[in-house]
Design a protein around this ligand. Structure first.
Ligand SMILES: NC(=O)C1=CN([C@@H]2O[C@H](COP(=O)(O)OP(=O)(O)OC[C@H]3O[C@@H](n4cnc5c(N)ncnc54)[C@H](OP(=O)(O)O)[C@@H]3O)[C@@H](O)[C@H]2O)C=CC1
Ligand SMILES: O=C(O)C1=N[C@H](C(=O)O)C[C@H](O)C1
Length: 231
């Protein structure tokens, strides 16, 4: 595949290394708005950039008929508009708050555990996420996905950063040097605590998942999820 990397920071550079190992060619490494780039020779754009840039760059790709894999977090208030733009242009799109296989397995566990725990209101639900100190958004996109899955499977009505009101899920966001990404979901009662945890040891899992998604979406049209790709 000929790949345009939208964003060439920690993730863009990891994707470049792993994509080359899999025989792909990196045509562009872009760190700015893509309006002026000719993407006509590109098979796929992989976006790991910044919250402010993602929406405009993604929709520009749809207008140029380029499939998009996006992992950028912190821009999701415009996700529905991006989906509409993809459909209008008969494009192809996958967004995931987390592309790693481990976290996508963790998502499935989280849904199942929430469904089981919904019968036991004595357990207080909490989410903790830990990331490196350069991260721009809080809470992490992955933590928001975990909270939304719990809300769909219990009576919790919302989530809140670093504290919670009655009936909400607190998401505690910690920033520690060099942590690639850790997520914990816990259920605490006066008697005991249940926890599920995912610890990324590097960025390779996120990058590999995004490349696998890019390979999978070739010659497809529509809006898909990592669940479609992996399971
Ligand atoms: N879904 C997932 O699996 C994962 C998602 N992420 C998310 O991916 C995003 C990127 O993470 P990471 O690589 O660590 O961040 P970095 O800060 O290391 O990289 C961001 C890159 O985007 C570039 N950039 C700035 N403005 C634009 C623009 N207008 N258009 C295109 N690129 C631009 C930056 O350039 P410059 O340095 O010149 O400013 C930089 O190269 C974050 O939102 C993060 O949360 C991260 C890991 C996994
Ligand atoms: O910014 C990061 O680094 C990460 N961001 C994603 C998120 O916000 O969930 C995924 C991963 O945890 C790393």
């Amino acid at each position: 595949m000929k790949i345009a990397l939208l964003g060439y920071g920690k993730m863009g550079q990891t994707i470049e290394r792993l994509a080359k190992d899999r025989g792909h060619e990196i045509v562009y490494t872009i760190k700015e708005k893509i309006k002026n780039y000719d993407l006509s020779k590109v098979d796929v754009a992989i976006d790991f950039s910044v919250p402010d840039a993602a929406f405009e760059n993604i929709t520009t790709c749809f207008e140029q008929n380029i499939p998009v894999i996006s992992g950028t977090t912190g821009w999701l208030e415009r996700y529905d508009e991006a989906v509409a733009s993809c459909k209008e242009n008969d494009g192809a799109f996958i967004y995931a708050s987390n592309f790693s296989l481990g976290v996508n397995l963790f998502f499935e566990l989280n849904k199942k555990l929430a469904e089981m725990m919904s019968s036991f209101p004595e357990y207080a639900i909490g989410i903790e996420e830990i990331h490196h100190t350069q991260k721009l958004d809080a809470p992490s996109g992955t933590a928001i996905t975990l909270a939304e899955q719990i809300m769909e499977n219990t009576d919790r009505k919302g989530w809140r950063l670093n504290r919670a009101e009655e009936g909400e899920i607190p998401i505690m966001a910690k920033r520690i040097e060099n942590v690639p990404g850790t997520h914990v979901v816990s259920y605490k009662s006066p008697i005991d605590t249940l926890k599920i945890e995912h610890i990324a040891h590097s960025r390779d899992g996120f990058a590999l998942g995004a490349i696998i998604a890019a390979e999978w979406i070739q010659n497809k049209k529509g809006v898909f999820s990592m669940k479609d790709v992996l399971f």
